[in-house]
Write a protein that binds this ligand. Structure first.
Ligand SMILES: Nc1ncnc2c1ncn2[C@@H]1O[C@H](COP(=O)(O)OP(=O)(O)OP(=O)(O)O)[C@@H](O)[C@H]1O
Ligand SMILES: [Mg+2]
Length: 306
């Protein structure tokens, strides 16, 4: 069995509904489940008829839920980076760290990193109390960016590590040739070098998240019987392929909602398909989620190899 599940898909297809129905069904079968919303525009609490916050709230027996506070994680990420840089470069008065941080908040990647560290927090500090963590995800673009982040970051961490090794080896040579050089007072040994150590620690954290996404997660794409959500599902599948993340299942939600012609592209045929009827009366409270028949999806999840 996998220990995490992610529901991805176009806006409005039913990611929150599917995550909640799936989590509820697993919990009612006896698994201890945490369902976590990563979407900054939260509505998981409404769907579960429970007021949520960024710490797990009990929903019913075996089921807790939380909504991550992305702004808090962005702030924490920036504060930690600021402290770290100030410590590491305290000797370098020419580097204007404050102006650097003013722009960093708006730099590409900040939200994605904040999201990764929020997931890491759930993995390291909360997941131990549960059998399964289910993630309701934000819009596709942000989800794909944070899922790809460990693989992308690993490439530049590897380059930075090589560069740091070169710097340390050059320092060592200079120190040997001229022990009186100013360089002799700086670090030459990998084991003592703060920056080398930091690169190693980021690498390990990213590798762990990569393993969470690629090996320990059941990744499902939700779509509706319409051309646009199918096209978005195909884009998601392409991106997942690029970062070696297997697509575990496809959830065709709102079956029967329209009579417009649509087809499931062959590129999606490799993953099992689960179908869920459109419920004309809508979903208004937690128990309505029981009308979404997740039996086959749950069985496939439970059978999936780690
Ligand atoms: N099978 C269904 N039958 C009827 N209504 C449904 C079904 N699934 C979802 N809905 C409704 O569709 C709407 C969108 O669902 P939901 O909020 O789960 O989608 P989402 O993909 O999470 O959206 P967003 O991208 O905005 O987060 C909601 O009003 C929900 O109640
Ligand atoms: Mg949603």
């Amino acid at each position: 069995m996998k220990t995490n599940a992610f529901f991805l898909g176009k806006g409005g297809v039913g990611k929150t509904t599917m995550s909640a129905a799936f989590a509820l069904s697993l919990a009612r079968s006896g698994k201890r489940v945490l369902v976590a919303s990563l979407d900054p525009a939260h509505n998981l609490g409404d769907v579960l008829s429970t007021k949520l916050s960024d710490i797990p709230q009990p929903v019913e027996k075996n089921l807790d839920a939380l909504e991550i506070d992305l702004n808090k994680w962005v702030k924490r990420y920036l504060d930690e980076s600021r402290e770290e840089l100030a410590r590491t470069y305290s000797y370098n008065l020419t580097l204007n760290l404050n102006s650097f941080f003013d722009i960093m908040k708006y730099s590409p990647g900040t939200e994605e990193y904040a999201m990764l560290w929020a997931i890491e927090h759930i993995r390291c500090n909360l997941a131990g109390d549960y059998d399964v963590v289910v993630y309701d995800t934000p819009p596709t673009a942000l989800s794909l960016r944070f899922l790809a982040m460990p693989a992308i970051s690993n490439l530049w961490i590897a380059e930075l590590t090589k560069l740091r090794e070169k710097i340390l080896s050059k320092r060592s040579t200079i120190t040997r040739i001229n022990p009186a050089s100013v360089v002799a007072s700086s670090c030459v040994d990998k084991a003592d070098d703060k920056i080398y150590g930091k690169l190693g620690s980021i690498k390990r954290r990213l590798a762990d998240l990569s393993s969470l996404f690629c090996k320990e997660s059941y990744i499902a794409v939700v779509l509706n019987p319409d051309v646009l959500s199918v096209s978005e599902a195909m884009r998601i599948k392409d991106e997942l392929d690029r970062i070696d993340m297997p697509l575990s299942g496809i959830c065709l939600n709102k079956r029967g909602v329209s009579t417009t012609a649509w087809t499931l592209d062959r590129s999606l045929a490799g993953s099992p398909l689960f179908e869920f009827d459109f419920l004309p009366k809508g979903l208004h409270e937690r128990d309505d989620l029981g009308s979404i028949d997740t039996k086959n999806l749950v069985a496939d999840f439970l059978a999936a190899e780690r």
